[in-house]
Design a protein around this ligand. Sequence first.
Ligand code: GDG
Length: 450
Amino acid sequence: MSRLVVISNRLPLGDNPSGGLVVALQDSLRNSGGLWIGFSGETPSEPADSLEYHPGAEYQRASFDLTPADHEAYYLGYSNSVLWPLCHGRADLTDIDPDYGEGYRRVNARIAALVAPHIRPDDRIWVHDYQLFPLAAELRARGIGNPIGHFLHIPFPGPENCAVMPDPHELFEWLSQYDLLGFQTHRDLANFTESARQLAELIPLEGNRIRLCGRELRRDVFPIGIDTASFIEEARTAQDVDRMRSLTGAQMMIGVDRLDYSKGIPQRFRAFQLLLENHVEFHEKISFLQIAPPTREEVEAYQDIREETEHLAGRINGQFATVNWTPIRFIHRPLPRNVLAGLYRQARIGLVTPLADGMNLVAKEYVAAQDVSDPGVLILSRFAGAAETMQDALVVNPHDPHEMAEAMAQAMHMTANERRQRHSVLLRDVVEHDVSWWSARYLDALAGAS
Ligand code: GDG
């Protein structure tokens, strides 16, 4: 079996790194004597000019450092202040700056220069996500002819958002240098096709093949899953669940998201407010727990969303709280994974209402964590990639607070029978299409694309 080389923005470090992607790739990496390369998270003023290898895992891991200026321009700047907002339909939140674009190209070129000497002639290379769009082009420029695949974890923008990029044509030239482009959903694939048609040159060929900017490659949909079996086990054995139940008394509704403007947290707070305004019968009967660890705090848009959500939660609690009941509990830091699993299992409602999202793993984790004999109800935004397959959730428009509030009321009233029926369909999908299924399908397609 040829060696698998994975390249992602961050290298999962630590002796026992967990997380879906790590679990998904670890067998393929181990069985092929593979290598995972990524950013260390360190920003010294004079980074080394070579990869640093890390012992400990069952496959090789190698990292690189970035200067503070490179990190700012490439990661905080172009990746997260230009590409991320555009991919999530928020052109209004972009911060376009020529230094960012220049830094993004420079860092991708530097990563390619660090990686190229380590590539063997029969390696398969799998590049992850929007931080590394130019990487294949930079590797090709250094003589790497190996099969290279790309998987985009976030939505692909339609033509109107692509057109906001400083040089949209360049994006498609970068993408044309891969052999396989993977997307989360059919909607992303359609956006890619339409944007490439309008802003570059795309000619559809037979099956999944296309000619993009003069080069032939494949593209397809690979919806990512979770490590379902271990999550089910984690939730089943979670400690403290009964203790938490007896403390609250009310039914719990849970939201778990990185604190990001794409996740629709203020919109769901407003919907909850409306529920409490319109349905007095739920006062003291439902309590909303929102867990939202902060990310990318150096970027202004993330400071704004933090202020907005804290303000709203405070206002709603001020309006409705009683001596015995706090309607919204807002936790602003990460919780351990097993605690999260236990909370999901206890929650009567899982609220997953992003305004835009590649897939959304929380929707799948919530379903996996439920007690099959008495499961909770998933309320899911139709703009989460997960909604393409999870139609037995209560699917809502996250911009419509009335619809969301009524879905919350419907979930509170739903009979155990209906909850079990909906949940069993959702669970089947989450079990069958787990993260190992996803990576195996992608790697098969990459093998066929070479
Ligand atoms: C990108 C795309 C796509 C959250 N809070 C805590 C915690 N989490 C974990 C969740 C879940 C993960 O983080 C979040 O995954 P999502 O899929 O919801 O979102 P992104 O981080 O935006 O990921 C997304 C994904 O890539 C995969 O392709 O689905 O669309 O944006 O696993 O459980 N984990 C712990 N404590 C927390 O407080 N332990």
